[in-house]
Design a protein around this ligand. Sequence first.
Ligand SMILES: *Cc1c(COP(=O)(O)O)cnc(C)c1O
Length: 506
Amino acid sequence: MSFSVSSSYEKLRTIVDATSNDALPSPAALLKATNSLPASLPAKGLGEAATEAHLLSDIIPGFNGPKTSSNYYGFVTGGVLPIAEVADNIVTAFDQNVQVHLPDQSVSTVVEDRASSMLVELLNLGSGWNGRTFTAGATGANILGLACGREAVITTRLKAAGIEEGVGELGLLAACLKAGVKEVQVLTTMGHSSLYKAASVVGLGRASVKDIPVSADEPWRLDLRTLEHELRRSKEGVLSIVAISAGEVNTGMFATNGLDDMRRIRELCDEFGAWVHVDAAFGLFARSLPETDEFEILRSKLSGIELADSITSDCHKMLNVPYDCGIFFTRSADTLSSIFQNPNAAYLASGPASIHSPLNVGLENSRRFRALPVYAVLLAYGKYELAEIFARQVRLARAVSKFLRDSEEYELLPTVPKSATHKENISVPNIEFGDTHIIVLFRAKDEDVNTELVKRINATRKMYVSGTRWEGRPACRIAISTWRIDVNRDTNLIKEVLKSILENRG
Ligand SMILES: *Cc1c(COP(=O)(O)O)cnc(C)c1O
């Protein structure tokens, strides 16, 4: 009997549709799934039918629910819009290798290019983003960002010394020696852990990442005075990449306060030869919210991001395409290709073209057609409906923030009034929690409850949250990023869970 992929898809869909809304599997299901794994490679395979049965009935019940539950608020995971799932299945079925632009042979690189340019439109980034590539996630995009920054700032010095090759050719050590560069530092505030990883990967080192916050009360905000001071060190051979956290992962707060801050940063970086990178893995989509008063503060905070040299974002978060899918944008396609060009492989040449071969502008050569789900989502929903999908995520975060602020038992964080950070230069509409995006940070006032808060919430399995630390104490974080949200229903569920775990006290 031959195995049928299509009947397998049908069975799979039936199971997915019947999957409960629980955020976590039961411990028993998880144990059963784990125990069902063979200890070693079978000498004689089970066959496709038996393996399918194993996957569907043993493995699937051991999965957690970020994609199927509307109440999985751990990390920032995103869900999967139905059309994105369909597109992802098409990607697998046709298994296009999107590494070389071969427009006479496959439409895939053209689709990929169109998807990334439509994203530029959705995000209101304006023109000039000639370097665009899909990455596995924001981590990959941050590696590209720091690689570009490193290449650009050192190469400018090399050119000034009359040397034509860049870092990609010479290597970091030789390039720095020839250019008289002592150090390349990454200036940031509350950089995501992946920024440190990226600094290590591109040879700058984790120790090169320096936090320059305005104050201990607002650790997410970049201090422009310290920035200027650090940038001036370029005269002593210390070059800088500025990494702006546009959507800090604990609080959702932004390092800059809008257009004026970004203009000043741009000016300083031009003066002292620094690169401006923005890590806006989830924050960037605040630029695509409906153009109404309700979201005016958020949109103004993200204003000016388009002045950067490079930007990281994630499509597998708020845009709700499946893993893996991040995006990297840069204004300098030349910088990108001077690092990532895949030289000396005539058989991979695509000839002159307006579309870069992905292998020359990113980490991988062979790579998945990860742009297709993005393309499908952009086409299916368009600018307005996507704005509404993002708006629902924000509205739930604001409703939960309001509940926590008014609660006797919980404390909404950060305790510094967020709006205090936003007095400058815009006419702020009087919207409650107008600068709350999709992240809600809080703790229980009772210290004993607080120590166990995350554990107790997750033990209900009705919703899932991540733990973190804030001001040296445990804190709890709700990150909202799925299209499945129903604001009223989910606000009520969150309230019920947060009330119920207090009743279990002692
Ligand atoms: C999620 C996130 C990342 C890492 O993204 P991956 O897609 O997991 O690689 C980096 N920066 C920020 C701000 C994030 O929220």
